[in-house]
Ligand binder design. Structure first.
Ligand SMILES: [Zn+2]
Length: 99
């Protein structure tokens, strides 16, 4: 697999290792399910949070806002950590300061 999991190793304070592992496992399952459903790994969208072209595989839509798998993982962690409210708030916090 050519997926980079290295960025997911940062564990925020307030999130237990077990919670973090449960989130990353759930996110990994989304990738597997998308592959099984035949979603083309070459089809891309621009992630609302990181603003980069990302594969549709493993992406998650929250209230009409689509996040890549990495950003969705970060959002889920932030929700557990109570540092994020809605997805829109998460996205605006992430994109703040960007041109
Ligand atoms: Zn993203």
């Amino acid at each position: 697999m050519a997926i980079d999991y290295s960025r997911r190793k940062q564990v925020r304070k307030g999130v237990t290792k077990g919670q973090y592992e449960a989130i990353t496992e759930a996110m990994r399952l989304i990738v597997e399910e998308d592959r099984e459903r035949g979603i083309d790994s070459l089809s891309e969208f621009v992630c609302a949070a990181c603003a980069r072209p990302r594969t549709m595989v493993g992406s998650v839509e929250y209230d009409g806002i689509r996040l890549c798998n990495d950003c969705a993982t970060a959002f889920e962690v932030a929700r557990v950590d109570h540092t994020a409210g809605s997805c829109a708030e998460f996205v605006s916090a992430r994109t703040a300061g960007r041109n």
